[in-house]
Design a protein around this ligand. Structure first.
Ligand code: PLP
Length: 393
């Protein structure tokens, strides 16, 4: 049978990246004890009070069709949040609700680029970016994120990568997998490059509430001179431990949102009122989950880095946010994939090969922090033991 080119463009992007994780799950299913540090899901359940809001809304009949942009109550909660946090006014016209950041990224990119265009994004990058860019027919123009710059994108590196077909700069701060958070001066410099080359800036801010030093987060949406070219996407997946609710949005210029709306309607035919009610309640309680979670994650990042720092052959990158620590294993004589595979086989600890997030991390592994402190400590012991063995081989 014949298929459309989009299926070719996104084929072969998924499975190989998750091979170690899948093997770890298979071991678990076979009854083996594995310390799972390969993914980062919030380490607590969705708060019962938010579940109750959704359940009460369903019981109250909030189960019919909605409109394409989102329920008024949700849009008002978003407008209040962004006005307060970004220091300039936002209204209902500045938002479109989507089932999660991922769908929002897909729709926004579909509205901004097509075949032949280029989307600039940091390398390493979140595992789905390549697919979401390629799905549109555009190509990825990777901008190196250098460890010596704390994995924060530098304007000169962006400038050097811009070609005539560049249309969008996809920024991710706080960044997965590096945990890097862009500062105001860095965003201003990147923004100046975007203005000079007439690029859109698409900001994935799904980890906004998980910055360890909460005051450190800065959004390009807060820069008035970028307002016409910035679209941000986020959700309650991480901030409220509610990934399964699939509730996110994009925030951007009214004109852009008006253009996007028919696309959103075509894709979704409206949102889910009971999820919108729950999300509005969640936005009113920003620290219900995120406050304690970022304290736990910061503590574990520190614990893990302290346990691995100074171990011969290993070098940790201390994250400023998020759910992961990166570990450079090149001095063990193994690359990241070899290290992750053998660590699982020998020590039953599952981590992700850095290469799953781009070739730039070929010598690294990504370690998730959403396990208990005791598991993190035990994993650090096993990683130390394994690194010593690898160096001796
Ligand atoms: C950087 C980044 N963007 C987007 C997503 C997807 O988020 P959502 O559940 O809101 O679709 C994730 C999930 O891990 C992520 O890490």
């Amino acid at each position: 049978m014949r298929y459309a080119p989009i299926t070719e463009r996104v084929a072969d992007l998924g499975a190989a990246k998750w091979a170690v994780h899948e093997r770890a799950r298979a071991l678990q299913a076979a009854g083996e004890a594995v310390i799972m540090l390969s993914i980062g899901e919030p380490d607590v359940p969705t708060p019962p009070e938010l579940i109750e809001v959704a359940a009460a809304a369903m019981r109250a009949g909030r189960t019919g069709y909605s409109n394409g942009r989102g329920e008024g109550r949700l849009l008002d909660a978003l407008a209040a949040r962004y006005t307060a946090r970004r220091g300039r006014p936002f209204g209902r016209e500045n938002f479109v609700a989507f089932p999660g950041t991922q769908t929002a990224l897909f729709a926004v990119l579909s509205a901004l680029v097509g075949p032949g265009d280029e989307v600039l994004t940091g390398d390493p990058m979140y595992a789905t970016y390549e697919g979401v860019i390629r799905a549109t027919g555009a190509t990825v123009a990777p901008v190196p994120l250098r460890p010596e710059a704390g994995f924060r994108m530098q304007a000169a590196d962006l400038e050097a990568r811009i070609g005539p077909r560049a249309r969008v700069l996809l920024l991710n701060s706080p960044h997965n997998p590096t945990g890097a958070v862009l500062g105001a001066a860095e965003i201003a410099a990147l923004g100046a490059v975007a203005r000079a080359h007439d690029l859109w800036i698409l900001a994935d801010e799904v980890y906004e509430d998980l910055v360890f030093d909460a005051g450190r987060f800065v959004s390009p949406l807060a820069f008035p001179d970028l307002a016409e070219r910035v679209v941000a996407c986020a959700s309650i997946s991480k901030s409220h431990a509610a990934a399964g609710f699939r509730s996110g949005w994009c925030a951007g210029p009214a004109e852009f949102c008006a253009r996007l709306l028919p696309l959103a309607e075509t894709m979704l035919f409206g949102n889910q009122p009971f999820i919108a009610d729950m999300t509005a309640a969640a936005l009113g309680a920003p620290d219900l989950v995120a406050g304690p979670m970022r304290a736990r994650l910061a503590g574990r990042a520190h614990r893990l880095a302290a346990a691995l720092d100074g171990v011969e052959g290993l070098r940790t990158n201390r994250p400023e946010a998020g759910m992961f620590v990166l570990l450079d294993v090149s001095a063990t004589g193994l690359d990241g994939a070899g290290f992750a595979e053998a660590l699982l086989a020998v020590e039953r600890v599952a981590v992700m090969p850095g290469a799953s997030f781009g070739a730039a991390l070929g010598a690294w592994v990504r370690i998730g922090l959403t396990a208990t402190d005791a598991e993190i400590d035990e994993a650090a012991r096993r990683i130390r033991r394994f690194a010593a063995r690898a160096r001796a081989d």
